[in-house]
Design a binder for this molecule. Sequence first.
Ligand code: HEM
Length: 506
Amino acid sequence: MEPPSFSNVILPLIFCIILVLLLKKLITPKTSKTIHLPPSPWKLPIIGNIHHLLGGHPHRKLRDLSNKYGPLLHLQLGEINHIIITSSELARKVMKTHDINFASRPEFLATKILYYNSSDIGFSPYGKYWSQLRKICTVELLSAKRVESFSFIRKEEGDNLVDKIRMASGSPVNLTKMFLSLAYSTVSRAAFGKECTQQKKFLNAMKEAFKHLSGFSIVDFYPSLGFVGELTGLRARLERVHQHLDEILEEIFEEHQTKNLRGDGIGEDIVDVLLRLADHGELDISLTRDNIKAVILVSNSSLTLPKKGGTDTSSSTLEWAMSELIQHPKIMQKVQSEVRNVFKEKENMEKGEANKFPYLNNVIKETLRLHPVAPLLAPRLCRETIELEGYTIPTGSRIVINAWAIMREPTYWVDPESFRPERFEKVEFDFKGSKFEYIPFGGGRRICPGIAFAITGIEYWLSQLLFHFDWKLPGGKRPEDLDMKEIFGLTISRKNDLLLLATPRK
Ligand code: HEM
C-alpha cells in the first residue's frame, strides 16, 4: 500500500480544515462587545499567532515576544486564547492571589485518552476529585515518610551507578544513559516493587505514550474540529497506546493482589497503597479501577520524552548539574570538598544529613534556576473571566507561566545567565514556590507534589558521584568546550548525551 503523501492526504486535509473554519466564521454571529485583551503581536486569519512560535524553543520564543509586548501577553493559538506570564508579580497573582481561579488544567486529546478521561492528578480539573487525589498524594504516595521508606532503593540504585562507573576504568562514561536507567529503576521500583515482572513492558509503553504528550499538538488548538484527530489517525494511535498500557496495568494489579502484604503500611509500593485505599480507605470519593490506573501514572509523571532514549525530571537535573560543574571547575572543587568533608566520617548520606550539604543544595537550586525541567510549568485554565492589570482574561484561556524566563530575569537576578550557586547564600529561596522569582516546581495549589521525592534522590546521587570520582571531559577537551544545547519537549534536557571521564578517588 502507498504511504500517505503530502499531496494526496495532507493538502486536502489542510484544505478541508480551512474550509470548515471559514464556514464557521461566516455563520457565527458577530458579538459587538469588544474585550480588552492583553497586548498581542500581529495575527493571521485562522491560525492566529501560531506562526510566532515556529522555528525555535517555545520558552525562548515566548521570552522574546514578552520582551517586546510586556510580561502579560495574549496569543491566539488556533481557537484558543493563551495568556503568557513572564514576571514574578504576575506569577504571584496567578498562583497565589487568584489561585482558585487558575487552579484547573485545560483538556488535551492525549491526556483525555491516555489518562482515563484526564483523571490523573496532573491533568484532572480542579474540584473535589482532584482535591482527594492530591490528598492521597501528599499524605500517602509522596509524603516525607514514604520518601524516607524508599531510601534503600535510592541507596541500592546509587551503589549500582557507582559500580558501573568504576567498571568503565578510564573510558568515558555516558552519564545521560546511566542517569536515565537510575531514575527509571528508582521510580518503577517505588511504584511497582522490586519483583514486578511487567516493569520493563510498562516503561516502554509509557515512552510510547510520552511521544504524544510532549510538546504542542495542533489538534488541541482547534477543539471544535474533533474530526482532525480521526482524520490524522492520532485518536486511533492514542487509543492503541492506551489499550496496551491498560492491559499492562491490569496484569500489575493482579500480581499485587496475589501478593501477601504485612498490612501495616511497611514495605508497600505505590500500587499496594492505592489498592489498599480503594478497598479500605476512608475517602470522600470512591476510587474506580480506572481512577487508580490514572493515579499510578502520576508516580511516573517524572518521566518525559523530549529525546529519543527518553528522559526524566531527576535524570535531566543530574545531567545539567554535572554539565555546569564540569564547566565551572572552581565550583566543582568547592562542592566536592564539602561532600568529602562530610563523608569523611561516614560514607552514606542518611536521614537528616542532607542539611549538612548547604552548598550542594545551592548547586541544585542554581541548576534548576537555569535549567528548569518544566520551563513553562504545566498549563492552567482560567475558570472565570477576570481582570489582571486592567486587561480581561476570558474564561477558558490557557495560562502559560514562563518560569524559565522569570528565573533569568535581570530585575530579580544579578548576572542571571551565569551559574553562581553562591547567590542562594545571600537570599533564602526554597523549592516550595514561596517566592515567585524562583518557581522550578511551580506554586500554589497545583505545585509539584514530588519535590521531596525528586530532591532527596538528586542530592543523594550527586553527592555519591562527587565523593567517589574526579571528573573531566574526555579527549583533553577544555571545560568551555562542553556543548550545552537544549532539546524541548514537555521538558528541556540536554540535546546531546553527556560523556565524561571519571577517575576513582584514591
Ligand atoms: C526535578 C524534578 C521535578 C521538577 C522540576 C518538577 C516540576 C513540576 C512542575 C513545574 C509542575 C507544575 C506545577 C504547577 O502547575 O504549578 C509539576 C507538577 C507535577 N509533578 Fe513534578 N517535578 C519534578 C519531579 C516530580 C516527581 C518525581 C513526581 C512524582 C513522583 C512529580 C509529580 C508531579 C505531579 C503529579 C504534578 C501535577 C500536580 C497537580 O497538577 O496537582 N514531579 N512538577
